[in-house]
Design a protein around this ligand. Structure first.
Ligand code: NAP
Length: 248
């Protein structure tokens, strides 16, 4: 009988892991997406979309689908689902791995202001920023909406739903982004400050390098605490963990 793997997805790493896991003999691969993006792209395995309904809903799903292994490959800022997964696997008693890409480390030439939350970023901006590149996705734009003395260039994959938006311009685009394009964007729009989450990974790192080279300040939102448990930093590590669990 095949072993069943559930990957909690929503990242490029999760999609790559699903692709590689589908090539492992004797493994059935399921991928779960929250359903936030309208065009998630081609994803290998059996894909399901939408929330589970909290910890209890996830427990019910794991039992109903006879899931043997779970890999949480969600974005480092999607912490609710990670805490839910950690609680659910403990209850069901199946092995769980977190695939967490390392965060970006500050270079000596970076001009970073590290903050603990998106709200704190919004609170401090008025004291030094006039033209801001807001690259935190589309879900948490509301805290910036009342900052009337700042012009915002916002970038997201899909348009924001019905929330108050800061004044400025919205760009719809999906990474990866090149250093050259990021520098041009910052110069064209005369950006003096970037607001970014410390997402890690290479797909959106070019803006950090561009800011470094142009001497632009970056307000960088730090990650929240993750649940305890086994963690790897990349897809290769996750595949190795799988092979080990399957004793292949
Ligand atoms: P979150 O705050 O951790 O989760 C909120 C709720 O969304 C969860 O309680 C769960 O609903 C549902 N959910 C999240 N991920 C899910 C998944 N993979 N499969 C099924 N349900 C899921 O998450 P978020 O920050 O809204 O992010 C949502 C998704 O977007 C994540 O999968 C993440 O990988 C991706 N993403 C997030 C960011 C970011 O900056 N937050 C950036 C890029 C991609 P129930 O409680 O009903 O199960």
């Amino acid at each position: 009988m095949k072993a069943s793997l559930l990957i909690l997805g929503g990242t490029a790493d999760a999609s790559e892991l699903a692709k590689q896991a589908c090539n492992i003999p004797g493994l059935e691969v399921r991928v779960s997406l929250a359903g936030r993006t309208s065009q998630p792209g081609d994803i290998s395995g059996i894909v399901r979309i939408g929330g589970f309904g909290g910890i209890d809903g996830l427990i019910t799903y794991l039992r109903a689908e006879n899931i043997d292994l779970l890999i949480d490959a969600t974005h480092p800022f999607a912490s609710q689902i990670s805490w839910n997964a950690a609680a659910a696997v403990q209850k069901v008693g199946i092995p769980c791995l977190m695939l967490v890409r390392p965060q970006w480390e500050k270079d000596e030439n970076d001009n970073w202001v590290e903050v603990e939350s998106v709200q704190t970023a919004a609170d401090i901006l008025p004291s030094f920023a006039k033209r801001v590149f807001l690259t935190i996705g589309r879900q948490q734009l509301a805290p910036f909406a009342h900052l009337d003395n700042i012009w915002f260039l916002m970038r997201a994959i899909d348009p924001p739903s019905d929330i108050p938006l800061p004044q400025g311009k919205l760009l719809l685009a999906r990474g990866p982004f090149s250093l050259e394009d990021e520098k041009k964007l910052l110069l064209d729009y005369e950006i003096d400050t970037i607001v970014s989450k410390n997402s890690g990974g290479s797909a959106t790192y070019a803006k950090i390098v561009a800011a470094r080279e142009l001497g632009i300040k970056v307000v960088i939102v730090q990650r929240a605490a993750m649940p305890a448990g086994e963690k790897v930093a990349d897809v290769e590590g996750a595949v190795e963990w799988l092979l080990n669990k399957l004793k292949l």
